[in-house]
Design a protein around this ligand. Sequence first.
Ligand code: HPA
Length: 275
Amino acid sequence: MDPFVEKLENTAAKVREKTDFVPKVALILGSGLNNYADRVETVCEIPYREIPGFPVSTAPGHDGRFILGYVDGVPVIVMKGRIHYYEGYPMSDVVLPVRLMRKLGAEVLLLTNAAGGVNEQFRVGDFMVIRDQITGFVPSPLRDGDWSAYGPVFPDMSNVYDAGLAAKILACGARNGFVLRQGVYLQTSGPQFETKAEIRMFRTLGADAVGMSTAVEAVAAHQMGMKVCGISCITNMACGITDRPLSGAEVNETAERVENDFVRLVTAVIGAVGR
Ligand code: HPA
């Protein structure tokens, strides 16, 4: 068997030794949303370190575990502690959790992240519904392994972010009093923030927000036939828009400040996309 596929099968078998729970929605928590796990009516928790071969997140505030349970009656699997490419993992490990959540039965992937605002109309604290993405600055997650049993070898990328789900998120936001932005997310490898010249380039290329995660997860999920949607929290304006140097502290500060709103939005969205 292909070794990458075998690794996925082994991790799925290990999880199935612990629970027969079948999630519908898979949720990946971005910076500042880690406490969202408390909102889940938990059925089972599985720390990554209990799954042999599984990448263990090292980023501060990214305590690695899966939480399986219910949000507003919707069966969910929540990834608390994302695996970032900048931590040194191969891309196949970065997207392994997404593939695992798919194997366990999840049909919808809801991605969240903290991102820098490239679009100058955006404001710090805005939420952006991701409508499309640019992955050209990071390696493809499909490069390693033979994923032909799970979906196309050359998947079409014209609708990575499901338009129907995006419409549901927008409607749900409006119902709950949120003014939501929409735009294109661009992933960099990180961990350094961008230069002013890079941000000018990204804006010219059509990016509205920039971050160090998400897009490769969307590619892997889409290849496996999941419906994908995503929301970025604009935690800072990207390099060069203000004079202030960027820092991880600023990202975390904003994420914490808007956490209650983000939690409320995500809960409403799970109800909307999970039915
Ligand atoms: N750049 C890259 N990643 C980020 C940023 C940023 O400005 N803000 C939060 N994550």
